[in-house]
Design a protein around this ligand. Structure first.
Ligand code: MGD
Ligand code: MGD
Ligand code: MO
Length: 717
């Protein structure tokens, strides 16, 4: 009897249940957090889902979302067949067509745009899913377009670029060897539950934890020795103020600074402008507590700092805020040292696993070049440092055709609600595009604007390659056949490559052949991986990452050192006004004129994670939606009292750009003057309130977590 058969027997006694337990993974969440799941399958249907005990990543744990996987897979709004638009764009009238017909229409329309304008006039855009990206990215380039973009335009890339220009590589927290963890905007309980264990272990062996957040969280409650509840968007000023305290008190590691860093004198001049009283005034924090936290961090080393893919960098000052926090690591001699922030190699799909693959080469070795990508002119630092277009400039270019028209969009999981002022994007797409094809699991608002909609299948219906920290690779097997006529995104792309006769034998050979190419040199093939239904240890993997490599070999920056003063930023045309130093500016700098301030006195923070929701994809998943049935706006107790707002009361939330309706949730967890809500609701899309030009000039990221707004009572609709 196999282990799984034993498990069924143990759980479901009796003979011949007809149930098989099969391993797969849950891909509802972030790419690096794909937990192993046991799917109990009977008569071709999943009847139960549990976390896989033997999985080296989640060890049986599953979050709220993973526990709802079955409900997600069997949602009623799954797209069942390829669809062709019948009515107007946006109306949602479609007729089913065959896959062959869909491919023919797509091929014809993409080629038409290519002939009439250029291949670059077709933009390829992926939403949150990562798993198919190398195939999609290469597809775009082989078709001839430089324009491949993704949700990275708003997620993680700003952090990655911030690290790249400062230290050449992302520095992961070495919690195992740390004595102090600075959890800057860290709340793993909500956004990445498997991250919490490492911090808990550090505490169990006597380590100290500092949490900096704008709201009380499970992390501030369960983990923090010191909790700094900071005014949102002011973290940059705090980081500079902490640096000044570290230098002034003699806590800096000056040997490290002299040997390994660049631009210290200029950095010191900058931080000298942030004395403690000024920092208190900006951040709303108590000076004694800042001093206490700074001393702990700087003197109880080794210490590591959390980085965030979103919270800090979702402010228009966010890129430099992130850099300012990274600088604290080098200032205290913690960067690339055991227990500090240790750079590792990126293995595959945003996941460091201790070995390299040929992912980057696979997607970039067919880059056609010859034209500027979308956003290149407006966000030159992004363009120089990241190999995708900055999609926050897509709307402008679709509207203006400057510097050249965008006439078609090929979307995989494209969700317009991800973009500030969604309605303007949809309107521009409706009026200015010749062709829009989107692929999704569900019939979304964005799909309704498409000319062709293709049904994708979920992670349990497909096979996919995934790397896991610890040095693992896996290639999953489908546990059920794809529902209806749905297909995996990569099969769709590879089949289309054949129909279009693209000049690429690799894509035409299919997903598995491409993955074999990517993992060539790792010592395992897809066929080897498929022999196991669990992640397999890769022979060449070196895990955990070894500290000291940058210190020995030099940093991958222009100076070869850790750069307080970034030469890569200094190389950008001065007309953009980008500061090579991590200087601070007000997160509402573009909204501080007296009229706007008076009309929109609240600070709106959108999308701070809650455990039951992830972007737009779970709001319409019934089990998850039932946990918070209404789109809610969290209002601080004293503000609610002052405005006479009760729990559950309908309100209108409005900014200079738009308005939406939500229900009030009175909370004592946030702070006065701050309103917090989730993004991604169709009926209450908060991104209508975020200005399309309220963007960080370094990264292009929107100020999702820092926007002026106001709130008023309304009668129930
Ligand atoms: N206001 C505000 N806006 C934000 C944020 C915020 O905090 N506040 N966060 C930003 C961040 S960090 C991110 S990462 C983005 C995420 O932004 P989005 O890309 O909008 O994320 P989702 O809505 O989860 O997913 C997009 C679509 O992918 C579909 N999908 C799911 N699985 C598959 C699949 O296997 N194949 C295909 N083809 N489609 C699939 C989903 O059904 C969904 O319609 O949002 C950003 N937008
Ligand atoms: N449940 C759930 N998990 C998710 C996601 C999801 O949508 N839902 N999304 C995934 C994705 S795409 C991403 S990018 C990651 C993001 O992962 P995180 O960055 O961890 O997520 P957040 O909850 O947005 O931010 C962390 C904390 O920062 C706080 N914060 C907000 N603004 C500020 C600020 O100005 N200063 C400080 N110091 N703190 C602030 C929030 O209150 C929150 O507690 O999460 C991933 N995990
Ligand atoms: Mo994200």
């Amino acid at each position: 009897m196999t282990e799984l058969e034993k498990k069924i027997k143990a759980k479901i006694p009796g003979e011949d249940t007809g149930i098989e337990v099969k391993h797969s993974l849950c891909a509802i969440c972030s790419p690096g957090i794909h937990c192993g799941v046991d799917c109990y399958v009977k008569d071709g249907k999943i009847i139960r889902v549990e976390g896989t005990m033997e999985h080296p990543y989640n060890h049986g744990h599953l979050c709220t979302k993973g526990s709802s996987l079955r409900n997600y897979v069997y949602r009623e709004d799954r797209i069942k067949t390829p669809l062709k638009r019948g009515g107007e764009r946006g109306e949602g009238k479609f007729e089913p067509i065959s896959w062959d017909e869909a491919y023919q229409i797509i091929a014809e329309n993409l080629n038409k745009v290519k002939e009439a304008y250029s291949a670059n006039s077709v933009a390829f855009f992926s939403g949150y899913c990562k798993w198919y990206r190398p195939i999609f990215h290469r597809f775009a380039h082989v078709f001839g377009s430089v324009n491949f973009g993704t949700d990275d335009s708003t997620c993680s890339a700003s952090m990655v670029i911030g690290y790249k220009v400062t230290s050449g590589a992302v520095g992961a927290t070495d919690l195992i060897h740390a004595n102090t963890f600075l959890g800057w905007n860290f709340d793993g309980y909500y956004s990445n539950h498997l991250n919490v264990a490492g911090v808990q272990k550090l505490k169990e062996r006597g380590g100290k934890v500092i949490i900096i957040d704008i709201r009380d969280t499970p992390a501030s409650k369960n983990l923090a020795d010191i909790f700094l509840k900071i005014r949102p968007g002011t973290d940059g000023a705090l980081a500079l103020g902490m640096a000044k305290l570290i230098i002034d008190n003699g806590w800096a590691d000056m040997d490290y600074v002299e040997k390994y860093t660049f631009g210290f004198d200029k950095y010191k001049e900058l931080v000298d402008q942030y004395p403690l009283d000024k920092v208190c005034e900006i951040t709303g924090l108590d000076g004694g507590k800042i001093l206490e936290a700074t001393k702990l961090f700087a003197t109880n080393g080794p210490a590591c700092i959390n980085f965030s893919a979103s919270a800090l960098v979702h402010h228009i000052n966010g890129f430099n805020t992130h850099r300012a926090t990274v600088c604290l690591s080098a200032l205290t001699g913690n960067f690339d040292r055991a227990g500090g922030n240790v750079p590792g190699v990126m293995t595959y799909l945003h996941k460091p696993a201790g070995f390299v693959t040929r992912e980057h080469e696979f997607r970039s070795n067919r880059y056609p070049g010859g034209a500027k990508r979308i956003g290149a002119e407006r966000f030159p630092l992004w363009d120089a440092q990241f190999d995708e277009f900055q999609s926050m400039d897509l709307l402008r270019q679709v509207e203006t055709a400057d510097p050249y028209p965008i006439k078609a969009i090929f979307g995989l999981g494209m969700n317009a609600k991800m973009f500030p002022q969604t309605n303007q994007l949809l309107k521009a797409m409706k009026n200015n595009l010749d062709f829009f094809v989107n692929t999704d699991l569900f019939m979304t608002m964005t799909c309704k604007y498409a000319d062709i909609v293709l049904p994708a299948c979920t992670s349990v219906e497909r096979g996919e390659l995934k790397a896991y920290q610890g040095g693992y690779l896996t290639f999953t097997q489908p546990v059920i056949t794809p529902l209806y006529e749905s297909k995996s995104d990569t099969d769709i792309l590879c089949e289309l490559a054949r129909v279009m006769d693209l000049d690429d034998d690799l894509l035409k050979a299919g997903y598995e052949a491409c993955m074999d190419w990517i993992i060539d040199g790792c010592g395992l093939t897809v066929a080897d991986l498929k022999k196991s239904d669990l992640p397999v240890k890769v022979p060449i993997a070196q895990w955990p990452p070894r500290p000291g490599k940058c210190l020995e070999d030099g940093f991958k920056t222009p100076s070869g050192k850790f750069e307080f003063y970034s030469n890569a930023i200094a190389a950008i045309d001065p007309k953009y006004g980008l500061d090579p130093l991590p200087s601070y500016r007000d997160p509402l700098e573009d909204q501080n004129d007296p009229e706007t301030k008076a009309a929109y006195p609240f600070y709106l923070c959108t999308g701070a994670r809650l455990p039951h929701a992830i972007h737009s994809r779970t709001h319409e998943t019934p089990w998850l939606r039932s946990l918070r049935p209404d789109p809610t706006i969290e209002v601080y107790t004293t503000d609610a009292e002052r405005l006479g707002l009760q729990n559950g009361e309908p309100v209108e939330l409005y900014s200079p750009y738009g308005k939406i309706r939500m229900k009030v949730k009175v909370t004592a967890r946030s702070q006065p003057g701050v309103l917090m809500t989730l993004h991604g609701y169709t009926e209450a899309n908060v991104n209508e309130l975020i200005g399309r030009n309220h963007l960080d000039p370094y990264s292009g990221y929107p100020g999702f977590k820092g926007m002026r707004c106001n709130i008023r009572k309304v009668q129930e609709a």
